[in-house]
Each structure stands twice: as structure tokens, then as C-alpha cells.
Design a protein. Structure first.
Length: 180
């Protein structure tokens, strides 16, 4: 099984996805990856470099194509991924990159079996964040979360509100939704 966790920064997806991977004995991974392209993306984002949105979209997609090797190697034992294709759609479309372009350049990727969208009050998400980068401004995160909710309808995500819930409550809700 291939499970993806999506949501704005500070929604709890990294914590919850790692907990679930540990609980199920699945391989845990994330985007951007720790590969060379992923490291370059992190450098760009943390230094707030002024790079064209389509160029960043292409970098995320290049990182994802490299990531496919890791996913394929581990798919039989199960893979849980913190962010994936849908993050690119949510964040980059808010920056003005057309959905059709993003979908086209990602047309050959492995699609997940289940996608959880963790939704959180944006003010709460910002309080949870330890760092600040290009994507962590309130008005921007509100637009991204709105886009995620649109994608949830289009792609049939399982939406879970993490606002004012303990990690354990969110985790148990995910287990229940997976029927585990």
C-alpha cells in the first residue's frame, strides 16, 4: 500500500506519517527528498531565493521522478510519504502555475492508494512551525489550504481536522479510517 499525507506546513503530517509508518512497519519517506535535487530545493526555500514558480515546479517534479525509484523499491512492504504530487499542485498553483502544466509533467508518477489531508487552523499551524520560509505566510497558507480542500474533492482524499486535537486522537482517527 502507498499512503500519502498532505496538508499545509504545521498541520502535523510529518509527525503522524512517521507514527503510522512505525506502527505498520512501512517504509517512511518525504518530499522534497534528501537527494541532491531535494537538498537544492530546501536551500532555495530557506534562503527565499527569487526563482520562477515554474522552475521550482520543475525541480519538485525532478525530485519526485528520482523519488519514484525509492517508492518502487519499497512498495511491497508499504510506503508512507510525507508530501507528494498534491503538494506541488496545492502550493505551486497558488503561486500561479497552471494545474494542467503540473499534471502533465507528473503524468507518469505512481499514484497513492490513500491520501490523508490534515487540515488545521492556519494560526495554529503557524504557531507550530519552528522555521520560516517562502511558503509560511498566513495569507499564503490560507490559499494553499483552500486549494487542498478543492483537491480533496477531486481526488477523494480522507480529510481530517487536526485543530485542537491531540496527536493520539488524530492517529486513532487515521487507524479507524484505514480500518486497522
Amino acid at each position: 500500500m502507498f499512503i500519502v499525507f498532505e496538508g499545509i506546513d504545521g498541520s502535523g503530517k510529518t509527525t503522524i506519517s512517521k507514527m503510522l509508518a512505525n506502527h505498520l512497519g512501512y517504509f517512511w519517506t518525504a518530499e522534497p527528498t534528501d537527494g541532491e535535487i531535494g537538498k537544492f530545493i530546501r536551500e532555495i526555500l530557506t534562503k527565499n531565493k527569487n526563482i520562477d514558480s515554474k522552475a521550482i515546479t520543475l525541480l519538485f517534479t525532478a525530485d519526485r521522478y528520482e523519488h519514484q525509484k525509492i517508492i518502487k523499491e519499497n512498495i511491497k512492504k508499504g510506503v508512507i510519504c510525507d508530501r507528494y504530487f498534491f503538494s506541488t499542485l496545492a502550493y505551486q498553483s497558488v503561486l500561479g502555475v497552471e494545474d494542467e502544466f503540473i499534471k502533465y509533467i507528473n503524468k507518469d508518477i505512481i499514484m497513492p492508494d490513500v491520501v490523508f489531508l490534515l487540515v488545521v487552523d492556519v494560526d495554529e499551524a503557524i504557531k507550530r512551525l519552528k522555521t520560516s520560509d517562502l511558503f509560511e505566510k498566513k495569507s499564503f497558507l490560507e490559499k494553499v489550504q483552500k486549494k487542498y480542500l478543492e483537491l480533496a474533492k477531486e481526488y477523494n482524499f480522507i480529510v481530517i481536522d487536526t485543530s485542537n486535537k491531540s496527536i493520539d486522537n488524530v492517529f486513532n482517527e487515521i487507524l479507524k479510517r484505514l480500518e486497522l
